[in-house]
Design a protein around this ligand. Structure first.
Ligand code: HEM
Length: 77
């Protein structure tokens, strides 16, 4: 989908959602992908030096159904 897909580029445009779908075609690899994301984010946090939230608390979705931050910006001091 993207040019140079192996390069980490958080500024790519036209990103589709990262949900796993629903119903009969629910992503088969969802549990693996979730575990990979947990491992990657944990490793990232360990490599940062004293990371803090840019906004604390971060901005939350207004939806009562789907809770969670809209984004979670982190900075290194
Ligand atoms: C962040 C990573 C991933 C995302 C965002 C993702 C997303 C999705 C989505 C949205 C669908 C549903 C498509 C539809 O409704 O037609 C899907 C289906 C599927 N995914 Fe993933 N996926 C991810 C990782 C993986 C991995 C790691 C595997 C395999 C190891 C995998 C295997 C599959 C398979 C086999 C289906 C088809 C399921 C079916 O039609 O019954 N996915 N994925």
């Amino acid at each position: 989908r993207f040019h140079d897909p192996d390069r980490f580029d958080p500024d790519r445009h036209d990103n589709q959602h990262l949900g796993f779908g629903s119903g009969i075609h629910l992503c088969f690899g969802g549990p693996l992908a979730r575990r990979e994301a947990q491992i990657a984010l944990t490793e990232l946090v360990h490599r940062l030096d004293a990371p803090t939230l840019v906004a604390d608390p971060p901005p939350y979705r207004r939806s009562p159904v789907l809770r969670g931050p809209i984004h979670l910006q982190v900075q290194q001091n």
